[in-house]
Ligand binder design. Structure first.
Ligand SMILES: [Mn+2]
Length: 324
């Protein structure tokens, strides 16, 4: 019982004949691509593998190679020797029910994790869960095929925002170096992840950015997406993280307030912040919540009033708490 978790996971996998791999609700590039890499690794060991994801895949991962190997919705309750949960802080994060009777393996690189499984391997230093699965693959003596290398490399590129986010460390580069040697082709992954936008998304990006305003102090950027932007382009929902990233790139901007019109006089405000500016504190002030650098809240009122009052109040809050 005292052995390192990676060793115990190796042992459990090697004695298994049938394994289910689960990841979290609203799956992201890291969880999706790593699940597929793990599926191929298990199959190389002669294990019957199943990848189950509750929610549909977001763009652009819905167009990735081999996503037809993923099964969506509720996992069928077969006789798995173990269930591996990737990036799930608790069982309910997987969106799956009735996992009580299974032997569970919990692999995560986030700080907050309930350590709920039979084997828990949580490493907050790992830049992506893909890096942990790479290390597990080495432990298992897997020969990394170009297919596996491409999935793991895609996961790392996605989770580190192309080696730009704060989780980018030496390990991200070391493992990527190995993966490229094993046949991952960086330019092809870049094309798949970043240069694959639908025309409508880039048009929308332009429209939202045209609303960009800075507060007088120049530390708060405000952008707005009106419902009519989406309606005009026949878009329902689209990932708008790129737009926020651009707004946050303005020199001196510590916080981006992204107003999304839900219906008349109702806005969902996403907050993205950097450095010491605490997005969660701002969101909580308005009855919302979130994390240090990503949070949100909902407000009602006339747009002209909100757009004037909220940035001023947010600036006051930041000043009061020494966060500017
Ligand atoms: Mn991740």
């Amino acid at each position: 019982m005292n052995a390192e978790p990676i060793k115990r996971i190796k042992e459990k996998i090697l004695e298994s004949r049938k394994i289910a791999v689960l990841s979290h609700l609203r799956p992201d590039g890291d969880s999706i691509c790593t699940s597929l890499a793990l599926l191929f690794m298990g199959e190389m060991l002669g294990i019957e593998m199943g990848v189950f994801i509750k929610d549909p895949l977001p763009f652009p991962f819905n167009n990735f190679p081999d996503v037809d190997r993923i099964r969506f919705g509720e996992m069928p309750h077969d006789s798995y020797d173990c269930v591996i949960l990737l990036e799930c802080a608790n069982v309910s994060r997987s969106g799956q029910s009735l996992l009580e009777d299974y032997f569970k393996i919990n692999i995560d690189h986030h700080h907050s994790n309930d350590l709920y499984a039979d084997i828990n391997w949580v490493d907050p230093e790992a830049p992506a869960v893909a890096c942990m699965i790479f290390r597990l693959g080495e432990e298992l003596g897997i020969t990394f095929t170009p297919l596996i290398a491409t999935q793991l490399y895609s996961a790392i590129v996605s989770d580190t925002g192309s080696f730009q986010f704060s989780n980018t460390n030496a390990e991200a580069f070391e493992i990527s170096h190995q993966l490229v040697k094993h046949g991952a082709v960086p330019i092809l992954v870049t094309e798949m992840i970043f240069n694959n936008n639908p025309y409508e998304k880039v048009k929308l990006l332009g429209q939202v950015l045209s609303t960009l305003e800075m507060n007088p102090e120049g530390n708060i950027a405000v952008i707005t997406m009106f419902k009519r932007f989406l309606d005009d382009l026949n878009l329902k929902e689209i990932d708008t993280e790129d737009i926020t990233t651009l707004a946050r790139s303005v020199k001196g901007a510590h916080i981006v307030l992204f107003f999304k019109e839900m219906k008349e006089d109702t806005f969902r405000v996403s907050i993205r912040s950097k450095a010491s500016a605490n997005a969660a504190m701002v969101a909580e002030h308005y009855g919302g919540g979130g994390h240090l650098h990503a949070a949100g809240f909902t407000v009602t009122g006339k747009y002209e009033t909100l757009i004037r009052d909220i940035p001023a109040e947010v600036n006051r809050l930041l000043k009061e708490n020494g966060q500017t």
